[in-house]
Design a protein around this ligand. Structure first.
Ligand code: CMC
Length: 441
């Protein structure tokens, strides 16, 4: 049988090293043994953006990017989208197994018991300006929640972790709806626990006066969208939650950092950017010109491309179908025609084919959200709510993993060597330093 090792020869010294291979990886710490002298620090792995580094072992989510496969705890995403609801999927993600009916009932009850927020949180949110971005509002509010639950600091206690998990999954829709109402200048609507997770969210968002009954098609569409966004293994925000959480800070602070990571246009902010891009293109007849600008690098085709998927994003396929169901109720969003034409051309174009750029999860979500009546700034919030269960599963796995320590990468220092402090009068003239200073601004 082939030996599961890697032999490395250091041509500087002529020495060879045997490094074990496990699960298709080597421990980069093994490279430290490769030295030219005793006082040499040893080799480091250099991997900007962690493109080829596994930072943890995880049992939560499996992705096969070449074949467009996504599974939570072994269950295929399409199977869950067809048959599950968000809270059941959240249970699966957080606890590792699908619940039986008794457990699901208890879990749903426990989450609903935490939908209400402390009145001071409501007042705190009242203080945001009318034009504050809702992602900024929920990020700030989740961080502030750590001050309401000092027991959350006990991250090594299982009961505390469970309680904060229920609180966060329960409260995210409430504070997200409050952020929306704040933007609109509307009074906050309190949770109604008689409704489903998404039905309650819809009423907190859109209830104006009197009774509000969520449309069952929209309610179900949101459940599916929430299932599709619940986790995505070691993406930028999950990595942020794990890295910040590795200091053993409370989960509110860690999740707030995840929301910050998700906010950016290269991550959860992409769905917002897609609708802005489609609106700017304006008409199907402008698509060919737009494609040119994406190919020249002048613009990016937002909602296309993925670090891991080099095939059609399996979530994108489900969302594309969902759009038709939603439009039956809301009426067609005209942007869909532009999106379909962009996809049609891009999937045949050499530039996109060569680079294996396909529509990702964000390509069609924004169009659906807009049809439901969400302003674009709410789109990443609709990503953050369901992703909270994924972040918490990743966080809890990290806290319990005996191999994990505080995240602390290395660097390759390429700056100045030791320099002596020069009094201000004797310093080089600005003209000599101009280039260097310009580089860091
Ligand atoms: N439009 C045009 N060209 C692109 C695009 C795009 N959307 N995405 C990648 N490319 C090109 C890129 O210019 C590069 O070309 P070249 O080799 O000639 O330099 C090549 O494809 C590889 O791209 P990359 O930027 O090195 O790939 P990456 O893995 O670092 O980036 C990405 C992945 C998702 C950040 C990127 O594809 C992108 O910016 N897409 C648009 C934003 C987007 O839709 N983000 C949502 C991601 S999915 C949801 C989530 O997980 O948050």
């Amino acid at each position: 049988m082939a030996k599961e090792t890697l032999t490395i020869k250091d041509n500087r010294t002529g020495k060879t090293y045997e490094v074990p291979i496990q699960d298709g990886s080597i421990r980069t710490a093994e490279l430290r043994k490769i030295k030219v002298s005793d006082d040499d620090f040893g080799l480091l792995g250099y991997d900007p953006a962690l493109m080829n580094t596994a930072s943890c072992k995880s049992k939560v989510t499996y992705i096969d990017g070449d074949n467009g496969i996504l599974r939570y705890r072994g269950y295929d995403i399409a199977d869950l989208a067809d048959n599950s609801n968000y809270l059941e999927t959240a249970y699966l993600i957080v606890k590792g197994e699908l619940p039986d009916s008794q457990r699901l009932k208890a879990w749903t009850h426990n989450i609903k018991m935490h939908t209400m927020v402390h009145e001071n949180i409501r007042k705190f949110m009242d203080g945001f300006r009318y034009d504050a971005h809702p992602m900024g509002m929920i990020m700030g509010t989740v961080a502030a929640m750590s001050t309401f639950y000092p027991d959350a600091k006990d991250v090594e206690d299982l009961q505390s972790r469970r309680l904060q998990t229920r609180r966060l999954i329960g409260k995210l829709p409430t504070i997200s709806a409050f952020a929306y109402r704040q933007m609109r200048g509307l009074p906050f609507v309190y949770p109604d626990n008689e409704l489903s997770y998404t039905g309650n969210f819809l009423q907190m968002l859109f209830k104006i006066a009197g009774n509000y009954t969520p449309d069952p098609v929209i309610e179900r569409a949101l459940e599916v969208l929430f299932i599709l966004h619940a986790d995505h293994e070691q993406n930028c925000s999950a990595n942020a939650v794990r890295a910040v959480g590795s200091s053993l800070v409370d989960p509110y602070s860690a999740v707030a950092s995840g929301i910050g990571a998700l906010y950016g246009p290269r991550h959860g902010g992409a769905n917002e950017a897609v609708v802005q891009m489609l609106t700017k293109i304006g008409s199907v007849k402008n698509v060919a010109k737009a494609i040119k600008s994406f190919k020249s690098g002048e613009d990016r085709l937002m909602g296309f491309g993925h670090r891991i998927y080099k095939a059609y994003d399996p979530r994108g396929k489900i969302i594309k179908k969902l759009a038709d169901e939603v439009f039956e109720v809301t009426g067609k969003n005209k942007l869909i025609d532009i999106a379909l034409e962009l996809e049609r051309i891009a999937l045949q174009d050499e530039y996109f084919v060569e680079r294996r750029l396909y529509p990702n999860v964000d390509f069609y979500t924004g169009i659906i959200y807009q049809a439901i009546g969400f302003p674009t700034t709410m789109f990443p919030v609709l990503f953050a709510i369901p992703r909270t269960s994924g972040w918490l599963a990743q966080w809890s796995e990290m806290v319990r993993d005996p191999e994990q320590k505080i995240t602390r990468p290395r660097q390759l220092y390429i700056g100045e060597d030791l320099r002596e402090y020069a009094p201000i009068k004797g310093r080089p003239k600005p003209s000599d330093r101009e280039d260097k200073v310009a580089e860091v601004i």
